[in-house]
Design a protein around this ligand. Structure first.
Ligand SMILES: [Zn+2]
Length: 367
């Protein structure tokens, strides 16, 4: 047993649930109570309809369906733009006769059976709120995303106000003893869901999900796909080999540039990447005249814009072998803004070593 919502309660519960709505002039005094001598209520649920037309407000609020079915034809109209128009807060001509078995299921919030006229009938207009949702009802016309979002919110607002569950939400097709088919049709989407076909089961599930959250809740929407930035390819090397004297750290000056998509490498400079950037790749060396068992150390070092050394990264040791020494050193790092990176070598042997080749290949992500 529940008294129908007063205008202030309509406004409060719709607002709390995030329903966008407007109030049609005179809605708080509109209803069929006086004309029928029957008072609207107690209320037991929300009955949902599609309008089977366009620009339906005039018919619903003022003209009615026919002389036998005068207005108002609903308590509220849900427009395509997702805005609800409050039409009446009294008795409205929307439900017609409801099958007793369906009506009882709504009252008890149990699974709604196929409406059976043989089970008896109830005047649905006495006990059910009516929402008309603007749609042609031809199975082609689409309920907009905004419309469906409000649809869920509207039903949840009324349920929450009365302390009902989603089982108090029904469709005309579930109660009508005249074989009404509404509501039906495709829905543009809801939350993370794309296009789907409207069913009362889905609407109830969405209302139930809403009711499990605070009224201020909004369904999560599709997350934007992360933007993949394409890395730049960098491929540098030496135009000619050079002599590396023992004893001091020495920059590898890349004098050949096959590819520099990152555009970070100045001609004949040791800088191969400038921050802010992340990079991954390798540099491969061939050393000549490095005595077997002797060591050349390789490391990356970070410099600031003025060319001052700011950081040394870990050392890789290349150990000399007979007949030339080959080595591949990995390059993976992130450097900040204003920093640049060099590859440096330290010849720890007593001999002059020839750096015959130094080929750097890397993928660079700017930023
Ligand atoms: Zn209907």
């Amino acid at each position: 047993m529940a008294a129908p919502m007063a205008p202030a309660e309509w406004r409060q519960s719709l607002r709390a649930e995030g329903v966008r709505f407007t109030e049609l002039d005179g809605w708080t005094a509109r209803g069929r109570d006086q004309a029928t001598g029957k008072t609207f209520g107690p209320v037991n649920g929300v009955l949902n309809h599609h309008t089977a037309g366009r620009d339906s407000l005039d018919v619903i609020a003022y003209r009615g369906q026919s002389a036998a079915v005068p207005p108002p034809l609903a308590h509220a109209l849900l427009r395509k733009d997702g805005v609800v128009v409050l039409v009446a807060d009294g008795r409205a001509n929307h439900a017609g006769l409801a099958a007793r078995n369906s009506f009882d299921a709504i009252v008890n919030e149990t699974r709604i059976p196929k409406p059976s006229k043989a089970s008896g009938t109830v005047d649905g207009n006495d006990h059910l709120y009516g929402l008309e949702v603007e749609n042609l009802g031809n199975g082609v016309d689409v309920y907009t995303r905004a419309q469906y979002d409000t649809w869920v919110r509207f039903n949840a607002a009324l349920c929450r106000h009365h302390g009902w569950g989603a089982g108090s939400v029904a469709g005309h097709l579930e109660t009508s003893v005249e074989g009404k088919p509404d509501p039906k049709g495709p829905v543009e989407g809801y939350g993370r869901r794309g296009r789907f076909t409207f069913t009362m089961g889905q609407l109830r599930a969405d209302v139930a999900e809403r009711l499990a959250h605070a009224p201020s809740w909004s369904p999560p929407t599709a997350e934007e796909a992360p933007t993949m930035t394409t890395p730049d390819y960098v491929n540098l090397g030496l135009a000619h080999g050079y002599q590396l004297a023992p004893g001091e750290w020495d920059d590898v000056e890349f004098t050949a540039e096959w590819t520099d998509e990152a555009n970070d490498h100045a001609p004949n400079s040791p800088t191969f990447v400038e921050g802010p950037a992340g990079f991954t790749g390798s540099v491969s060396f061939r050393f000549e005249h490095l005595p077997a068992g002797e060591v050349v150390q390789v490391r990356m070092s970070e410099y600031d814009a003025a060319g001052a050394l700011k950081a040394n990264h870990p050392i890789h040791e290349v150990i000399g072998t007979e007949g030339g020494t080959y080595s591949v050193v990995p390059l993976t790092k992130r450097i900040g803004s204003g920093r640049s990176m060099r590859v440096r070598l330290l010849n720890q042997s007593q001999e002059n070593v020839e750096v015959a080749t130094a080929v750097l290949t890397a993928w660079v992500w700017e930023g």
